[in-house]
Design a protein around this ligand. Structure first.
Ligand code: ZN
Length: 242
């Protein structure tokens, strides 16, 4: 069974009463609840030792999900290095909402990952633009969220290798809100909604997207690459490639 670690900064929910009302046990517990029927799920948060992401935990994680906002700079660089290394080895990473500015996402993208935003609580419509993509499985053609924060283009990311969703906002903006990337052997999926003030992670279509994104990002069984000097492949046998 795919092993998932749900990581959350877990500050808004402890420090702001109005956010605590929306997510009394933290955003991570709402995300975990949606994934629990399908995967082996644990959680980790910023204020745990090593942010809950020790070598051992990451070695036993197939897919890591990431929610952060206020405290991106408090994430230790050695933990970022460790997560990046695991992604390049094949661990999946699902980056959520304001995680677009996390150190790990910016490191893996190589761009600012910045965007336009407005916290107006107006509706968002998320359009499926690649209905054959596994992350769109079991979804309707669009998902309506009654209240969300607006994120608008330009979203400063590299061109996504796979674009699954585009969002429309009541202010007229659009946004590439579901985007897949490959880095090394790892797969990364960015999914936009999930502002802390709104109960987005309890919604069944959003839980379907997260379930699909975890399945898509889970490590494949492809070959490990070999780098450096290599004998001519003509002299290698089938059992000792390279
Ligand atoms: Zn937000």
């Amino acid at each position: 069974m795919t092993r998932v670690t749900v990581w959350n900064e877990y500050r808004h929910e402890r420090n702001q009463a109005e956010i605590q009302q929306v997510y009394p046990h933290g955003i991570h517990m709402a995300i975990k609840e949606g994934l629990d029927p399908y995967f082996d799920v644990r959680t980790a948060t910023l204020d745990e030792p090593e942010h809950g992401l020790s070598e051992d935990v990451l070695a036993r994680t197939d897919v890591l999900t990431w929610w952060g906002h206020l405290a991106h700079e408090e994430v230790a660089d050695d933990v970022v290095d460790r997560v990046q290394r695991r992604v390049l080895e094949g661990m999946g990473l699902v980056v959520l909402h304001s995680g677009h500015m996390s150190k790990i996402f910016r490191r893996l993208m190589g761009t600012t990952c910045d965007l336009k935003w407005r916290e107006d609580g107006l509706p968002e419509r998320i359009w499926v633009v690649n209905p054959g993509h596994p992350v769109a499985d079991d979804l309707p053609l669009w998902i309506d969220l009654p209240q969300e924060e607006m994120y608008g283009e330009v979203f400063d990311i590299p061109d996504p290798e796979e674009l699954v969703f585009i969002s429309w906002f009541a202010g007229g903006e659009v946004f590439r809100s579901g985007a897949g990337f490959y880095r090394g052997r790892g797969r990364i999926f960015y999914f936009r909604p999930g502002h802390e003030a709104f109960p987005t992670y309890y919604r069944s279509e959003i839980r379907t997207v997260l379930r699909n994104a975890v399945r898509w990002a889970a490590p494949g069984s492809g070959p490990a690459p070999k780098f450096g000097w290599s004998a001519p492949i003509a002299s290698a046998s089938a059992d000792s490639q390279g």
